[in-house]
Write a protein that binds this ligand. Structure first.
Ligand SMILES: NC(=O)C1=CN([C@@H]2O[C@H](COP(=O)(O)OP(=O)(O)OC[C@H]3O[C@@H](n4cnc5c(N)ncnc54)[C@H](O)[C@@H]3O)[C@@H](O)[C@H]2O)C=CC1
Ligand SMILES: CC(=O)C(C)=O
Length: 245
């Protein structure tokens, strides 16, 4: 798919992987809606990225179906169509499972997993109207390998992998391609030396390539998944070899 003049929504576009991907879509000539619940970073992102093309910010909590439905309507209202839905916003909660509250568990499921349901459900009719499109979900290495202190996160990202396959199978007939990107640890708002201290170096050691990823390296994979018309139903690992060992 040629992304020039296409319209993409990037959830979690105010920071990290989403921010880098919003820029990458703009550099390809797409129009971008940054959907993020952090008003400050989201509006700053849109302002900073406006040098690359048409971009707006919408404050959205992706765990709220009505808000996701509304941002899709806004994208179509403002830019005339929807071609790419990047369901990327996510959060993590660390801790031992026997101490995890239902509220914390469920919050992760709502933001990481329910959002993919809402973003798919409401994007599909708009993509059907324009003859197809691409839905791309951010999974994780932790969607396929376990992490002792990431019970809810593991659950949500594992679900994202299979939700991706289910929607891909249902809507291939409509030329809607559905894929996921599964990053290893990537420098971002949630992963950085300040936040992780000594654990940062332990994480580096788990990546055979000898470093953590950069957001633009994930953005590059997302662009591939959006553009490549023979790719659907796949989860593309971009993990510096983390899951190879
Ligand atoms: N950084 C990493 O090592 C990895 C990250 N991921 C996934 O990548 C995605 C992006 O995360 P990063 O860029 O790393 O983190 P980040 O913290 O830099 O960015 C996440 C963005 O999502 C937004 N957000 C959070 N909850 C939201 C909600 N309910 N509604 C709307 N926006 C919300 C935040 O405001 C933030 O701008 C997440 O799904 C995360 O699970 C996956 C694998 C590795
Ligand atoms: C840190 C993180 O979000 C991963 C690996 O999914």
């Amino acid at each position: 798919m040629d992304l020039k003049d296409k319209v993409a929504i990037v959830t979690g576009g105010g920071s990290g992987i989403g921010l880098a991907t919003a820029q990458a879509f703009l550099e390809k000539g797409a129009k971008v809606v940054i959907a993020d619940y952090n008003e400050e970073s989201g509006s700053k992102a849109a302002e900073d990225l406006s040098q690359y093309g048409d971009v707006i910010f919408e404050k959205v909590d992706v765990s709220d179906e009505e808000q996701v439905k509304n941002v899709i309507a806004t994208a179509v209202d403002k830019f005339g169509r929807l071609d790419v839905m990047f369901n990327n916003a996510g959060i993590g909660v660390q801790g031992e499972t026997h101490k995890l509250s239902y509220e914390d568990y469920h919050k992760v499921i709502k933001v990481n997993q329910d959002s993919v349901f809402f973003g798919s459900k409401h994007a599909i009719p708009e993509m059907q109207k324009v003859g197809g499109g691409a839905i791309i979900n951010t999974a994780s290495i932790l969607g396929s390998v376990g992490e002792p202190t990431a019970f809810a996160y593991n659950a949500s990202k594992g679900a994202v992998n299979l939700m991706t396959k289910s929607v891909a199978l249902q809507y291939a007939k409509d030329n809607i391609r559905v894929s996921a990107v599964a990053p290893g640890y990537v420098e971002s708002g949630m992963v950085n030396r300040d936040a992780l201290g000594d654990y940062y170096d332990k994480l580096v050691d788990k990546h055979p390539i000898g470093r953590l990823g950069e957001p633009h390296e994930i953005a590059h994979a997302v662009i591939f998944l959006a553009e490549n018309e023979f790719t659907t139903g796949t989860t593309l690992l971009v993990d510096g070899g983390y899951t190879t060992q």
